[in-house]
Design a protein around this ligand. Structure first.
Ligand SMILES: [Ca+2]
Length: 659
């Protein structure tokens, strides 16, 4: 046994020396960019000591771990658009999902990372989830995106879950997690790793440098992972979030979004902002941890292949997520906030000349990645990029650096929260489109690292708030490291218009057809509506493909909320079945409670129905702050009800019944 180990060791050592000796010092380094989805800094090397992440920890031991790395907008699409293009959300114009402007005007003239490397002589290939949604980089090679895991399992591997998931693979009947005794390749991420390993191995003899970006889908919901990764943990030992409640004195809209509502066992009629029972939280955290270990194992396969092929010594390896995540923190499960939990995310850079095992606590931003990878490979950094190469921090992780990191998140079309993290504080301004500030938040990270109390309105903090406000308004260029300038001068992107591969979302049709429970293609079939409310044209969106309910969103209403308001709906059904429609009115971007109403069948005749809104408005007064205006209405059709039919909305109006 010992002999074998010795022989293997000798062989390996000789092999390594040989491969180093063969290396041309002028040879460009390869790049392996690994992106996890929805991974907060829940890694052992980031201090989450209950997590089994040996491969990522090992990467950190052979690189520089950035303890304070921040994304520019905490949702997949916006964050990825920013980090892959090297500019910030105001320049990409991407919120959720990709925008028409980004796809049709910005991207054609601003190559994404993989394309830019290809243009600069690299063999480039991307795998799995790199961009959000369908777009893939315009590379010579095919983008690898497995359509299935196991036999069908788009999301799940267990037959009972596959069945419940319907044709889309997941539904409100499927659980938010799964432990299946299956090989890694039963899930997409196992297949993605398998394919990436194959391609890395093919590069063994190649003289051409490679740029490979491998995007894993976990630990994004549903938290599904092979059982062996669940078995690494004891559920009873899972630590609960230290801050279980919405921060004191913080506006209600500062934390929204709860994708857990889409899954079985969670009451999606209720406000998402309730604290789940401890045991259930531990179950979810156990599931999330299993997914982290699952990803970690895939990372291990990639790095092992680099070593086996002799490419490791000349490959820059970067490990990131796309944003952070609340695991019950601040009464929330998910992302899409400006809080530390959402904006702070992992960043580990293991570059051949900087395999140091060091940690940097300096403030860095995901938008820096583009410039950094160009810098490390001697490729010209495009002038328009809005990030700063962090190569100097790889040389000296403790040198002085940026004085702030910037993030932002919109709430509807009329408000955007701009947030800034300094060494000691998080400061956020929620700005309305008319320029007014709706709310400010200040969290003291020296004394309140869990962001539990907003101290922006405390009298004694007045001058601090003024100072931070000036700094936030001075913007990211004013927070750059001493001696470093950025002369980009990019136009601000036009307002976000969701991009659709097949059509523009501004609408001509008025028909919404449901053929069966699965209502699969609502996304593509509903083109939208042109309705008027008080003679105003409305922009109507089809929400992204939420799969628990089918939704149509009527936005930008801005109708003053009073208890006399009624919703007048003229509609017809083609079939003789009644439809049950749930609706939700909101004043910001927060989820209230859904209300439901029945729409009697009309057999093709147009009928009008009047729905009083008083109780919906009073719900807001009970649950949240007083509702001042109605910003949007979302209609949801419950696929559970097995209806078939066609609903034609002829008009929609919110009127005051006293008038
Ligand atoms: Ca994500």
């Amino acid at each position: 046994m010992n002999q074998i180990i010795t022989k293997t060791f000798l062989f390996f050592t000789a092999f390594t020396i040989l491969s180093c000796a063969n290396e041309n010092p002028n040879e460009k380094p390869n790049v392996l960019l690994i992106i996890a989805d929805d991974l907060r800094t829940e890694l052992n090397c980031y201090g989450a000591d209950y997590i089994h992440s040996p491969n990522i920890d090992n990467l950190a031991r052979n690189g520089v771990l950035f303890n304070n790395a921040y994304v520019q907008q905490a949702v997949c699409s916006a964050s990825r658009a920013s980090l892959l293009s090297g500019v910030r959300p105001n320049t990409t114009g991407v919120d959720y999902p990709y925008s028409n402007y980004f796809m049709n005007e910005f991207w054609p003239t601003h190559p994404m990372l993989a394309e830019y490397f290809e243009q600069n002589g690299y063999y480039a290939h991307t795998f799995g989830k790199i961009h959000h949604g369908t777009p893939s980089d315009k590379l010579k090679t095919d983008h690898y995106k497995p359509k299935t895991g196991l036999n069908t399992g788009k999301f799940y591997a267990l037959p009972e879950n596959i069945e419940k998931g319907g044709a889309r693979g997941r539904s409100h009947e499927t659980p938010p997690y799964e432990s299946a005794d299956v090989p890694d390749e039963a899930y997409k991420d196992g297949l993605i790793a398998q394919e990436a390993v194959k391609i890395i191995a093919q590069q063994k003899e190649s003289k051409e440098p490679f740029f490979l970006a491998v995007g894993f889908n976990k630990p994004h919901l549903p938290y599904n992972a092979p059982k062996k990764y669940w078995d690494l943990y004891e559920q009873s030992e899972m630590p609960l979030a230290p801050n279980q409640y919405h921060p004191e004195d913080s506006p209600h809209y500062s934390a929204t979004h709860n994708t857990l509502m889409r899954y079985a066992g969670l009451n999606y009629y209720n406000s998402p902002n309730h604290v789940l029972p401890d045991d259930y939280q531990r179950k979810l955290i156990h599931a999330y941890a299993a997914c982290v270990s699952f990803i970690d194992a895939q990372v291990g396969k990639l790095i092992a292949t680099l070593k086996e092929t002799g490419k490791y010594d000349n490959t820059i390896i970067v490990f990131i997520s796309d944003h952070g995540y609340h695991l019950g923190h601040q009464q929330k499960w998910g992302k899409t906030t400006n809080f530390e939990n959402s904006t702070r995310a992992p960043l580990i850079v293991s570059s051949p000349n900087h395999r140091k095992g060091k940690r940097s606590t300096q403030l860095v931003e995901y938008v820096d990645l583009y410039a950094t990878l160009c810098d490390l490979t001697d490729i010209e950094i495009p002038k328009y990029t809005e990030g700063t190469s962090i190569k100097p921090l790889l040389e000296n992780p403790h040198r002085e650096w940026k004085t702030a990191a910037f993030s932002q998140f919109p709430r509807g079309r009329k408000m955007e929260g701009y947030s800034m993290r300094t060494a000691d504080y998080r400061y956020t301004e929620w700005r309305l489109s008319n320029g007014k500030i709706d709310a400010t938040e200040l969290y003291d990270h020296k004394n309140d690292a869990i962001e539990s109390i907003n101290i922006a309105y405390k009298k004694e903090n007045e001058s601090l708030v003024n100072e931070l406000s000036q700094k936030l308004n001075a913007g990211w260029k004013a927070a750059l490291p001493k001696g470093i300038e950025n002369n980009s001068n990019n136009p601000i992107a036009p307002p976000h218009v969701k991009w659709s591969k097949t059509k523009n979302k501004f609408i001509k049709k008025k028909i919404m057809t449901f053929e069966n429970t699965d209502v699969l293609d609502l996304w593509t079939r509903v083109e939208g509506y042109q309705l008027s409310v008080k003679d105003q044209l409305l922009h109507i969106d089809v929400e992204h493909d939420a799969n628990y309910w089918k939704k149509i969103q009527v936005g930008d209403l801005n109708v003053k909320a009073t208890n006399n308001l009624v919703l007048k709906l003229a509609y017809k059904t083609i079939d003789n079945q009644p439809l049950s429609v749930a609706y939700h009115i909101s004043s910001g971007d927060n989820w209230g409670e859904l209300s439901s109403t029945s729409l009697p069948s009309t057999n093709g005749e147009i009928q009008e129905i009047t729905i009083p809104l008083a109780s919906d408005i009073s719900k807001w007064e009970d649950k949240f702050e007083k509702m001042k205006s109605i910003g949007e209405i979302i209609f949801c059709i419950n696929p559970k009800e097995q209806f078939k039919g066609t609903l034609v909305l002829e008009s929609l109006a919110i009127v005051n019944k006293k008038k």
